[in-house]
Ligand binder design. Structure first.
Ligand code: HEC
Ligand code: HEC
Length: 167
C-alpha cells in the first residue's frame, strides 16, 4: 500500500538522519571483513528503495548481496519469499539500478538471502543458536542484535544481543 508506506517514511526520517550524521562524525575504523569495506561510513541511500524495500523489513543495504542476487530478487518480486512485493516496472528498474550499482563486489554468489551467504554464516556462527529464540525469531531480523540496522550499520562494536548483553 504505497500511501501508508510513504507515511511511515515521513515518520522515519527524523530518526535516521541524525544516525547518518553521527556515523559520518565518528569515522569508525574500517573492519577487516570485505563486506564492511564501508565500515561506519554513511551507506548509499535511495528514497524509493528505502520506502519500498523498508516497508516490511529493514531495507537491507545493497552492499550485503552481490549484483546477481539483487537482479534475481528484483525479477521475482511477485513471489518474494511467500510475499507479493511487486512494484510498478519503472520504479522497480530504478531500485534495481541503485542496488546493482552499490552491490557487494567480487563475489560469484547469487543467493537470494543475505542469511544464506557464506560471509553471513561465518560472521554469525557463534550466535546462530539465538536466531530461533523468541527475542529474535529468525536470522533475517537483523535489528534484534544490530540496533543501527535501520541506518545500514552492522558494526561489530554496536551489537547488542537480546537480553541486554553488549558485546
Ligand atoms: C510485502 C512485504 C515485503 C516487501 C515490500 C519487501 N519484502 Fe523483502 N522480504 C519479505 C519477506 C516476508 C521476507 C522473508 C523474511 C523471513 O524469512 O523471515 C523477505 C526477505 C528479503 C530478503 C532476504 C533476507 C534474508 O537474508 O533472509 C531480502 C534480501 C529482501 N527481502 C529484499 C527486499 C527488497 C530489495 C525489497 C524491495 C524491492 C523488498 N525486500 C521488499 C517481505 C517483503
Ligand atoms: C542473534 C543476533 C544477530 C542477528 C539476528 C544478526 N546478527 Fe549480524 N552479527 C551478530 C554478532 C554477534 C556479530 C559479531 C560476530 C563477531 O564479531 O564474531 C555480527 C556481525 C555482523 C556483521 C559483521 C560486523 C563486523 O563489524 O565485522 C555484519 C555485516 C552483520 N552482522 C550483518 C547482519 C545482517 C545484515 C543481519 C540480518 C540479515 C544480521 N547481521 C543479523 C549478531 C546478529
Amino acid at each position: 500500500m504505497p500511501a501508508s508506506r510513504s507515511h511511515e517514511r515521513a515518520k522515519a526520517r527524523p530518526a535516521w538522519i541524525p544516525g547518518l550524521l553521527i556515523a559520518a562524525a565518528l569515522a569508525i575504523p574500517a573492519a577487516p571483513a570485505a563486506v564492511l569495506a564501508d565500515g561506519g561510513r554513511r551507506s548509499p541511500d535511495d528514497p524509493a528503495w528505502r520506502e519500498e524495500c523498508g516497508s516490511c523489513h529493514v531495507a537491507y543495504p545493497p552492499r550485503l548481496l552481490p549484483a546477481q542476487s539483487w537482479r534475481r530478487i528484483m525479477a521475482t518480486l511477485d513471489r518474494h519469499f511467500d510475499a507479493d512485493a511487486s512494484l510498478e516496472p519503472g520504479r522497480a528498474r530504478g531500485i534495481e539500478a541503485f542496488l546493482v550499482a552499490n552491490a557487494r563486489q567480487a563475489s560469484s554468489e547469487s543467493a537470494l538471502r543475505i542469511t544464506g551467504t557464506g560471509w553471513f554464516r561465518r560472521e554469525h556462527d557463534e550466535v546462530a543458536g539465538l536466531f530461533s529464540s523468541a527475542a529474535v525469531g529468525n536470522a533475517a531480523n537483523c535489528g534484534a542484535c544490530h540496533p543501527q540496522a535501520e541506518q545500514g550499520r552492522f558494526n561489530e562494536h554496536e551489537i547488542r544481543l537480546p537480553g541486554g548483553n553488549k558485546r
